[in-house]
Design a protein around this ligand. Structure first.
Ligand code: B12
Length: 243
C-alpha cells in the first residue's frame, strides 16, 4: 500500500457495509490527531498520517449481533461473551473487507504488558468526531476540588447508550492531507449539564441516568437491560430462558 494514499471513504464504507447491520458504527481518524493529545506512553506507534477507524456498538448490537451469536453457540461455554461476540464480528469484517492486508485491531478490554489499555477509547471517539469526551477540565469553575472524576463520552444520537469497542489501525496506509479533523457535536454545552453528567457517570452509573443526558433516539431494550443487570454467572440461564 506504500505509495498511494488511503481512500478513507471507501475503507469506511466497506466496513460500514459489513458492520452496520450488526449494530456497529465506524468513524475514521488520523493517528496524529489521537497521539497529539496523549503522552508518549499512550501513543500508537505509527506515523501521524496513518488511518485508523474507531468502532462503536449502538443499542441494536445486542439484538442484531449478540443474541444470534449466542444462539449459534447454544448459549454457553464462553467467558466475556459480549467481548467475544464483538471480536468475532469485527475480525470477520476486517478479513472479509481487507483480505491479506495487515490491520492492527485493538479491543477496548485489551491491555499492554505495561497494564495500560491498548487504546484510549474515549480519546479516539472524540478525535474521530463520533462522541464528545467530557472531562473534569471541561467544567468551568469545577466543584470537586482534587477529587478524581472519570470522563465520559456522549453520542449525539444515543447519549450514553453505546460503547466504544475497537480501534482498527491501517498501518502503512497514509491518509491524504484533505482529511480534516471533525469536531464532535457538543451536546452537553452548559456547566450544569456537564456537572450532572460527570456526577451521574462517577457516582450513580448503575442507575444509567447519565446515559439520558441528551434525548436518545434509541436506548438499550428491556432484554439488554435485564441482561446487564443480571450477575454474569446467571446470564446464560437468562439467555436460555429467552431462547
Ligand atoms: Co470504564 N469505561 N467504566 N472503567 N473503562 C471505559 C472508559 C469505556 C470507554 C469502555 C467502553 O465503552 N467499552 C466506557 C465509557 C463509555 C463512555 O465514555 N460513554 C466505560 C464505562 C461505561 C464504565 C462504567 C460505567 C462501567 C461499565 O458499564 N463498563 C464505569 C463508570 C465509572 C465509575 O466507576 N463510576 C467504569 C469504570 C471503570 C474503572 C474500573 C473505574 C476503570 C478506571 C476508569 C478510568 O480511568 N477512566 C475503567 C477503565 C480502566 C476503563 C478503560 C478500560 C480504560 C480507561 C483508562 O484507563 N483511561 C476504558 C476502555 C478503554 O479506553 N480502552 C473503559 C486512562 C486515563 C488516564 O485516560 O482519563 O481519558 P483519561 O486521560 C486521558 C485524556 O484526558 C487525554 O490524555 C489523558 C491521558 O494522559 N487527554 C485528552 C488529555 N487532554 C485531552 C484533550 C481532549 C480533547 C481529549 C479528547 C483527550
Amino acid at each position: 500500500m506504500a505509495a498511494s494514499t488511503a481512500n478513507v471513504d471507501e475503507i469506511t464504507a466497506q466496513l460500514e457495509d459489513c458492520l452496520s447491520k450488526c449494530g456497529f458504527e465506524v468513524s475514521p481518524l488520523k493517528v496524529g490527531w489521537y497521539n497529539s493529545l496523549l503522552p508518549a506512553s499512550f501513543h500508537l506507534a505509527y506515523p501521524d498520517d496513518t488511518l485508523a477507524v474507531v468502532v462503536l456498538s449502538t443499542p441494536s448490537m445486542f439484538e442484531q449481533a449478540f443474541l444470534p451469536f449466542m444462539e449459534e453457540r447454544g448459549y454457553q461455554g464462553l467467558s466475556d461473551p459480549i467481548d467475544q461476540c464483538v471480536k468475532h464480528r469485527v475480525s470477520s469484517a476486517v478479513s472479509q473487507c481487507f483480505p491479506g492486508q495487515e490491520v492492527d485491531v485493538r479491543y477496548d478490554y485489551e491491555l499492554l504488558p505495561s497494564r495500560k489499555p491498548k487504546f484510549l477509547a474515549q480519546t479516539a471517539a472524540h478525535v474521530s468526531g463520533a462522541a464528545f469526551y467530557y472531562q473534569k477540565s471541561d467544567v468551568i469553575d469545577q466543584p470537586w476540588d482534587e477529587k478524581k472524576m472519570f470522563g465520559v463520552c456522549v453520542h449525539p444520537k444515543f447519549g450514553g447508550w453505546f460503547a466504544i469497542r475497537a480501534l482498527l489501525v491501517f498501518g502503512g496506509v497514509p491518509v491524504g492531507s484533505e482529511m480534516a479533523q471533525p469536531v464532535p457535536p457538543d451536546c452537553v454545552p452548559s456547566r450544569e449539564g456537564r456537572i450532572q453528567l460527570l456526577e451521574g457517570f462517577n457516582f450513580h452509573w448503575q442507575d444509567w441516568s447519565y446515559r439520558n443526558i441528551v434525548h436518545p433516539v434509541q436506548t438499550y431494550s428491556q432484554k439488554q437491560r435485564d441482561y446487564f443487570a443480571t450477575p454474569p454467572a446467571q446470564r446464560f440461564a437468562l439467555l436460555k430462558s429467552w431462547g
